[in-house]
Structures are given as structure tokens and as C-alpha cells.
Ligand binder design. Structure first.
Ligand code: SF4
Ligand code: SF4
Length: 473
């Protein structure tokens, strides 16, 4: 495989050159001060959210509020009270049982349609420092690998020009910068783009930031180079990422194997899942070592409790969903034709079993969270394609979908809903692939595939009059 080459020369960021705050400014409160911190608004329900053993965003918000109280006036470009006002408004929403974020308002950076989500308070007279509270999406690096220079630099930037609060990561994958005023959007965008070589992510009716699992960087199960695919498609579809021209959002996610660590099957309109065509590789000696208890099953993952000795029959063979594993004369055998790539046997005995070597990916379409018709998983449509840079075969498939869905999709209709509305047969027509028996959910009663008249030639007269002659209303 060719070594990965970035599309442009990569800068090496140095925090010491980019830093805005001194160490003293970054560590500007004591534990005692934090313990005694009181928000300027009365926030009993928010305080309640701090109780219990789990981490609390309210506790984090209070740290940030105290930190901003102790910074000098000229060290923040938006009001220091932004976090306290946010807590105050959240309490008001609890009290009144309704949100106080205003709907509407388009705001963004020059040349991009996505990347910024406009947000305004509808009680700005009470909470003036969150009168604007825009969210910026920052396109995460592939597999979310960072170094501390990068992380510290973006934290300083957002402290200076925004609320200092951020999410790692939004469910699409981006880093989310939470809350700033309109005047700060362009400066943040400039700093990110020109100084930090960092792009904004997608928001609105466009391609959202593609995301991928760890892939070949760290995972031995990876059947495809998820990072290279994600990087290439992110760069290739920059226009679709930044300029909303679709009926609604569109997501690509890349899983290196069917374990699905980025859950592409549940969360993307077009899911790519690494798979293999040939046989699962078996190391019979290692199989015996598992049976003999020399190697811990599941890579030792459930070792906290005594589950008794490993039982290959009970824990692997009986759990194979296609019942295609046998022990024959003390050797493990797999009927690979029947294997549905569920990964269970491989996950249980990773040193004995490995995915095959003839690898590529399956493509599935149509997953989404519930907006119009309820949550939906994506549907396996293309069982196997090769994945080799520059992925022209995959771009061809993407473009067939993008010729159809933006044309036929209604406003805010995801690809999965369009497939439901127009039928899988239409999707197959668009993709120019033949139907397969596996695409029929319930044969004879509820087929996904509806045959057209011309597909089923008949001698019989097929008119409504002919039908009515035999079947009364
Ligand atoms: Fe590894 Fe598969 Fe998870 Fe990717 S999806 S990180 S290849 S287990
Ligand atoms: Fe059976 Fe799943 Fe193993 Fe295939 S991957 S052999 S379906 S347990």
C-alpha cells in the first residue's frame, strides 16, 4: 500500500509560539476558591446536576466561570460573564419548562455556508453576555489524533475569542466551540485557517465532517485505511462540506471492520464498513492455547470477574449467528461462505482468528436519527468494493447518489427517507446495480423490491377493467 501523503505541506504547531495566556493566567484560582464559588445567578437545579458520582458539565462550567472572573478585562474579547449567564439562563429554562434560545438567524463566515450555527438568547436583557451564543464546528483530524501543542493552542484561542467552553466531540465528530459573538467569528476563522491550518466542519444542509475509526493507525482488525479514505473524501468534497446545497445533512462515516467503532451503520447516510472476501485466518495452535487457558479470551477484557474456564463451544461456536463454526478432529473449522462477518469469533479469540486478507468495504445507505420518520439503520446495498487511493470507484457511487437525492429529496428529507418514499428499487436503479434476494425483508408480503410491469412480461390483459371483471369492488 502506498504511504499516506497529505494534500498540502503540514505545519508543525508550537504552543510556545501561539500561546495567548501565561501559566499564571491559566492557573488563576485555588481549590478553596473553587469550593466557595457562587454563580452570580441563583441556580439550584444546575447545582443539583453536580451531585452524584459521575462527571458534571456544571462543575466544568463553574471552573471556567471562576477562571474568567480572575482574568484581566483586556484578556477576553467577549464578556467575562458568559458562562455564568449561560448557567442562569439554563436555570430559567428549568423553572419555566421551555428553552430560551431563539430560533432563527443566519450567521457564518465569509465564503462558507456551513461551520457556524447561529444562536441567540431571547432574554438578552437578563443575560446580556449570551445575547449571541454562536457555535462553531471545527473539523476534527482523522481518528481524532491530536498533540498537546494543538490542543493547548485551540483552547487559548477559544478562551480569548469565545466562551472558553467546548465539546470534544459533537456526535458528527467535530470539535464544538460553544458560544461567541458575531464579531468574533471571522477572527476565529482566520486564526484557525491561516495560523493553525485547521478547517471548520460542516453544519446545515451539506456534507457534515466525515469521521472514521482508528483504523490502521492502531487497530489490527482494520480491513481498510479508514483515515486515508476519510481524509481524501473530506478534501475532495470541500465544496459540498462548506456550501449547503442539499435537501438536508449528509454524513459519511468509515469503520475499519464490522465492529463499527464509529457506528457508521446507525449514524451515516452513507456508511463504509471494512470487510473481507476470503477466509478468516486461523492459527490452530493459538486456538488450542485459548482452549487450554494459556491465552485469556476477549483479550482479557472481562477479566475483573471469575467466569470459569474458557468454553469454546459455549462462548464461540454456539454464538456464531450463522452457525458456521465447528470443531472437527480437535481443529477449528469455519464454513466461510456462510459467515456474516459479525466479528464475534475474532473478538473472542483475536490471537487465533483474524479477518481475511482480500479486503475492501461494504457500503450501506440511509441511517439517521429520528427527525421525520424515526431512527433508521443504514441498509447494506453494495456488499464489497475495493478501497484504493484515490477511491475513484467510491466517488462514482457518491456522485450517483448526489445526482438523485438533491434532485428528488424534499426539504429536510434525509437519504434514508427518500429511499423509503421512492423504494429500494429506485435506489438500485440510481446505483445501476441489480436487485438481490437479500434485499427482500419479508418474501411475498412486504418486499422492498416492487417489480415493474415491464419486468414481469405476461400474456394476460393487465388493465383495471380486466381486473374488475373478476374482482368486485
Ligand atoms: Fe478497529 Fe474495527 Fe473498531 Fe476500526 S471499527 S477501530 S478497525 S475494531
Ligand atoms: Fe460466525 Fe461471526 Fe465468526 Fe463469521 S465472524 S464465523 S458469523 S462468529
Amino acid at each position: 500500500m502506498a504511504l499516506f501523503e497529505p494534500n498540502e505541506e503540514q505545519k508543525e504547531l508550537k504552543y510556545e509560539e501561539l500561546r495567548i495566556y501565561t501559566d499564571e493566567e491559566l492557573n488563576n484560582y485555588t481549590d478553596e476558591e473553587l469550593k466557595n464559588f457562587k454563580c452570580k445567578h441563583d441556580i439550584p437545579d444546575m447545582d443539583d446536576l453536580e451531585k452524584g458520582p459521575w462527571p458534571s458539565y456544571v462543575a466544568d462550567a463553574k471552573r471556567e466561570a471562576l477562571h474568567r472572573r480572575n482574568l484581566a478585562d483586556d484578556r477576553m474579547m467577549i464578556d467575562r460573564d458568559v458562562v455564568e449567564d449561560l448557567l442562569g439562563q439554563s436555570q430559567l429554562s428549568f423553572d419555566e419548562g421551555e428553552t430560551h434560545w431563539k430560533h432563527g438567524g443566519i450567521v457564518g463566515v465569509f465564503g462558507y455556508g456551513g461551520g457556524v450555527i447561529g444562536r441567540y438568547s431571547d432574554v438578552p436583557e437578563k443575560y446580556p453576555s449570551i445575547a449571541h451564543f454562536h457555535t462553531m464546528r471545527v473539523n476534527q483530524p482523522m481518528s481524532k489524533f491530536y498533540n498537546t501543542d494543538y490542543l493547548r493552542s485551540i483552547c487559548d484561542l477559544w478562551e480569548y475569542r469565545g466562551s472558553g467552553m467546548m465539546n470534544f466531540h459533537g456526535s458528527t465528530g467535530d470539535i464544538i466551540f460553544l458560544g461567541t459573538f458575531t464579531e468574533q467569528l471571522e477572527p476565529v476563522f482566520y486564526e484557525l485557517g491561516h495560523i493553525m491550518q485547521q478547517d471548520l466542519g460542516g453544519s446545515g444542509s451539506n456534507l457534515r465532517s466525515p469521521s472514521c475509526c482508528l483504523g490502521k493507525a492502531r487497530c489490527e482488525y482494520a480491513c481498510i485505511d479508514t483515515q486515508a479514505m476519510c481524509y481524501e473524501l473530506t478534501h475532495y468534497y470541500q465544496d459540498e462540506l462548506h456550501r449547503p446545497a442539499f435537501p438536508y445533512k449528509f454524513k459519511f462515516k468509515f469503520d475499519g471492520c464490522p465492529n463499527g467503532c464509529v457506528a457508521s451503520v446507525a449514524r451515516s447516510d452513507m456508511s463504509y464498513i471494512g470487510t473481507w472476501k476470503d477466509d478468516i485466518r486461523i492459527d490452530q495452535e493459538a486456538v488450542q492455547a485459548y482452549i487450554g487457558g494459556e491465552i485469556a479470551p476477549n483479550a482479557g477484557a472481562h477479566a475483573g470477574k471469575d467466569w470459569g474456564p474458557f468454553d469454546i463451544q459455549k462462548e464461540v461456536i454456539d454464538l456464531c449467528p450463522s452457525n458456521c463454526i465447528r470443531m472437527v478432529d480437535g481443529k477449528l473449522g469455519i464454513n466461510n461462505k456462510e459467515c456474516v462477518r459479525c466479528m464475534h469469533c475474532i473478538n473472542t479469540m483475536p490471537r487465533a482468528l483474524r479477518p481475511g486478507t482480500d479486503t475492501g468495504c461494504s457500503i450501506l445507505f440511509g441511517a439517521k436519527a429520528p427527525i421525520l420518520d424515526g431512527a433508521q439503520m443504514s441498509m447494506l446495498t453494495i456488499p464489497f468494493v475495493r478501497c484504493e487511493h484515490p477511491y475513484d470507484n467510491i466517488k462514482e457511487i457518491v456522485e450517483k447518489i448526489w445526482d438523485w437525492w438533491p434532485e428528488e429529496g424534499k426539504n429536510r428529507e434525509r437519504l434514508g427517507e427518500l429511499i423509503q418514499r421512492q423504494g429500494v428499487s429506485k435506489l438500485l436503479e440510481v446505483l445501476e446495480i441489480p436487485p438481490m434476494p437479500q434485499m427482500v425483508t419479508e418474501p411475498r408480503s412486504n418486499p422492498y423490491i416492487f417489480w415493474k410491469e415491464e419486468d414481469v412480461p405476461s400474456e394476460k390483459e393487465r388493465t383495471i377493467e380486466a381486473y374488475r371483471r373478476k374482482h368486485k369492488r
